[in-house]
Every structure is written in structure tokens, then in C-alpha cells.
Design a protein around this ligand. Structure first.
Ligand code: FPP
Length: 237
């Protein structure tokens, strides 16, 4: 399938892993495992359509409220994902990026992420931005704090107005462009603290499909929806 316009950056709230597992009579962690396979599919179809960046909401700052066994299962899947796919990701020209606060993550997870980021930093085809221990509000506060620290260090007055361009350099997602299309699976219609700054002018696509079932057709349906939107960015045409 060919599209006239393609989003440069897609944000994905991968919801419904738990429900998928419950419906199959399986453990929730099995749902997350299937969810990891859906990430593989998404990256392949994104490459085909020449999408430049995909941000994946894999673990939010609020997900720590889940049972520790589930939290550990998600991080173990991430480690497994990097270990088993890094070579393939390299071959395909995918750059791995991380967004979120690394401080709370285990040394092993931090090392894995840093290794993947470093190994793929020159790849240009597609950026797969894994949002882990990510919260949009935390990102904005932390970005502002780092901006202020830099200003103090460089002896720039704190009274000087901050432009969006200057501020965006401090976001975890930098240098990714704003999100053009936000996809949320599993029927919920909320943003859940995801990429709050970056979705300012995003088109929202909600689907009842559960994340583990999200496939080529699902992404192409979302791309078809995006193509049909008339984006005005606050202007008249
Ligand atoms: C939301 O579904 C999903 C998550 C909080 C975790 C997302 C994780 C993955 C897709 C797999 C992890 C793999 C890698 C490579 C990072 P939910 O559990 O809230 O589903 P529910 O609402 O149906 O319970």
C-alpha cells in the first residue's frame, strides 16, 4: 500500500497486553511477550513506509505501581529484546534511542540500553525510541531544570525568555521531530502522560485492537487515517 503523506514520527501507546493474555487464558506476562513481537512487526512495516521515528511507550513512571513480578517481566523482555534483535536492528539501519529517567532503572537495564544506543547511533533509516520510566510531566520538569542549570553555568540571565526551540533541545526525545500521529490500542481514549509536549499538533488514532494483535493492516489503517486528515497547525489552510 502507498500513501501520499507519511508521518515522520509516530507515538504508540501499546495498550491491551494484559487483556489479550486474559482472553487467551494466559498470564499477563505472556501478553507482554506477544507485545514485544508486535514491536518487531511495527518496526518492519515502519521501515517499508519510510517512517523516520517511532516512539514506544514501554514503561511509564506510573507503571511502578504494578506487581513487582510484572515490572521485572517487562524489563526482562526488554533485555531479551535487545540481546536477540540487536544484530538484526543493526542490519536494518535502525537507531535505538531511549526516553525517560534512567536513574531508577537497574544497572543491567541501563547497561543494555546504553549498549544498544551506542551500537546503533550512526543508523539513519528509522529511530526506535523506547520510552522507559517515561512520564511527560517528569520530562518537561526535568528538561526545564537542566536548561536552567545550563543557563546558570553559562551565566545567561534566568530572566531571558525561553523559546520552544531552545527548550526542545532538553527533551528526552531530542532530536526527534514532533509527533505527527499518536496511536493508542485497546479502546482507551486518553493520553496517559505520554509525550505531552511533542503531541501538540498530533493526529490521534484510537483502535480497539489489542497491542499483541496490532499488525501490518492495523498500521496501514492508521496511516490511511493520517493521510485523510487536513492539518492546519492553528492556521486556516
Ligand atoms: C500496556 O498494556 C502495556 C505495558 C504497560 C507494557 C508494554 C510492554 C510491551 C509491549 C512489551 C515489552 C517489550 C519491550 C521490548 C520493551 P497493559 O498491560 O496495561 O494491558 P491491559 O490494559 O489490557 O491490562
Amino acid at each position: 500500500m502507498k500513501f501520499k503523506t507519511i508521518p515522520a514520527h509516530i507515538g504508540v501507546i501499546m495498550d491491551g497486553n494484559g487483556r489479550w493474555a486474559e482472553r487467551q487464558g494466559k498470564k499477563r506476562t505472556e501478553g507482554h511477550r506477544e507485545g514485544a513481537k508486535a514491536i518487531d512487526r511495527l518496526l518492519d512495516v515502519a521501515l517499508e513506509h519510510k517512517i523516520k521515528a517511532v516512539s514506544l511507550y514501554a514503561f511509564s513512571t506510573e507503571n511502578w505501581k504494578r506487581p513487582i513480578t510484572e515490572v521485572n517481566a517487562i524489563f526482562n523482555l526488554l533485555i531479551e529484546f535487545i540481546d536477540s534483535r540487536l544484530e538484526d536492528i543493526q542490519k536494518k539501519g535502525i537507531r535505538i534511542q531511549h526516553s525517560g529517567n534512567l536513574n531508577k532503572l537497574s544497572t543491567k537495564v541501563k547497561q543494555k540500553i546504553n549498549t544498544a544506543v551506542e551500537a546503533t547511533k550512526k543508523n539513519k533509516k528509522l529511530t526506535a525510541n523506547f520510552c522507559l520510566n517515561y512520564g511527560g510531566q517528569e520530562e518537561i520538569l526535568s528538561s526545564f531544570q537542566r536548561l536552567q542549570k545550563d543557563r546558570i553555568h553559562k551565566k545567561i540571565s534566568l530572566d531571558k525568555p525561553v523559546s520552544p526551540k531552545e527548550f526542545e533541545k532538553y527533551l528526552y526525545t531530542y532530536p526527534l521531530p514532533p509527533v505527527d500521529l499518536l496511536i493508542r490500542t485497546a479502546g482507551e481514549q486518553r493520553v496517559s502522560n505520554f509525550l505531552l509536549w511533542q503531541i501538540a499538533y498530533a493526529e490521534f488514532f484510537f483502535t480497539n485492537t489489542l497491542w499483541p494483535d496490532f499488525d501490518r493492516d492495523s498500521l496501514e489503517e492508521a496511516l490511511h487515517f493520517f493521510e485523510s486528515r487536513k492539518r492546519k497547525f492553528g492556521g486556516l489552510s
